[in-house]
Design a binder for this molecule. Sequence first.
Ligand SMILES: Cc1cc2nc3c(=O)[nH]c(=O)nc-3n(C[C@H](O)[C@H](O)[C@H](O)COP(=O)(O)OP(=O)(O)OC[C@H]3O[C@@H](n4cnc5c(N)ncnc54)[C@H](O)[C@@H]3O)c2cc1C
Length: 318
Amino acid sequence: MARNILVVGELVGGQPTSTTLEMLGGAAALAEGGTVGVTLLGAGAAAAAAACAGASTAYANDDAAYDTFLGEQWLEAVGAALDASNAELVLIAQSTAGREIGPRLAHRRNTAVAMDCTSIVSDGGTIKANRPAYGGNAVATYSFATSPAIATVRAKSFEVASGAGPSNTVALPAPGASRVSVTGREKVVAEGLQLQDASIVVAGGRGLGASESFRVLEEMATTLGRDKAAVGASRAAVDLGWYPPSQQVGLTGKVVTPDLYFAIAISGASQHMAGCSGSKVLVAINRDAEANIFGFAKYGIVGDYKTVIPAVIAELKK
Ligand SMILES: Cc1cc2nc3c(=O)[nH]c(=O)nc-3n(C[C@H](O)[C@H](O)[C@H](O)COP(=O)(O)OP(=O)(O)OC[C@H]3O[C@@H](n4cnc5c(N)ncnc54)[C@H](O)[C@@H]3O)c2cc1C
């Protein structure tokens, strides 16, 4: 059944984020002959449209004032695009901006939002949204009784489409006044590849025993490739001061969906799994054969990380 879909795009450095491109790939598949629109706000928006494969129309405004995310201003622009596109489904990234826009847009349109979805499917003509529940131990499936259906989507939930960008561009209004003003910004200084962008995450837990043990995980990540792998940590390890909070994976940390996740000396508590259960392949290394983590792992190694990890690194170096 043909349906019109609107993707709320986000730009970093004038380029669409990887999640924007993935959502467009998902939208192109779900539209089933309907239209796919993308909103692009901020400096470089019009030029960024060219990279938006899967979209037929870009709803854009180049005003650099949009670069600083202010919910009220973005909601006006997204609302204008929604009216113009007549979309029945709106896809938004599960990002800082998306977490605000999703519920506020749903409230304004008197409709519903499904947050933090890992897949959206068309089931016999009905849109269904799947999202992890109970700390990642179950999957909840939602269908929508009202229109437009709104969903925020985790990174790497869809495949990027190939082909050309949109052929039409519709101008969105310039940002209006906002009751909120940003008085300052503090950037977390994180070196190297960010956790959410890594296709491989090497994560360590309390069982590592000391902060120095994270050096061997860093060596493993470096061996796997600095452009591919990042090091993560359980909250127990972070709380002990062994690794920075910016690298914590889990319910109160980052949610990651890499192709490959190594859980090293991590027990597999539900709060940790909430951050990594969307990984395509999970490899557990734990000296306790009964550890909960093995229930989630595709591959498991029972052993002391002190002997297993150097052996893994030696193999990788070959
Ligand atoms: C509200 C709330 C939010 C939370 N949010 C998060 C979150 O975001 N992220 C998170 O991770 N946790 C979170 N937690 C904490 C969570 O419940 C667990 O306490 C935590 O995940 C445990 O971390 P761990 O697996 O590293 O440690 P442990 O549970 O202590 O497990 C250590 C593991 O290491 C193994 N081990 C020990 N020595 C070795 C060795 N030499 N070689 C191999 N294996 C070894 C042990 O067998 C054990 O399985 C939260 C808890 C609450 C209540």
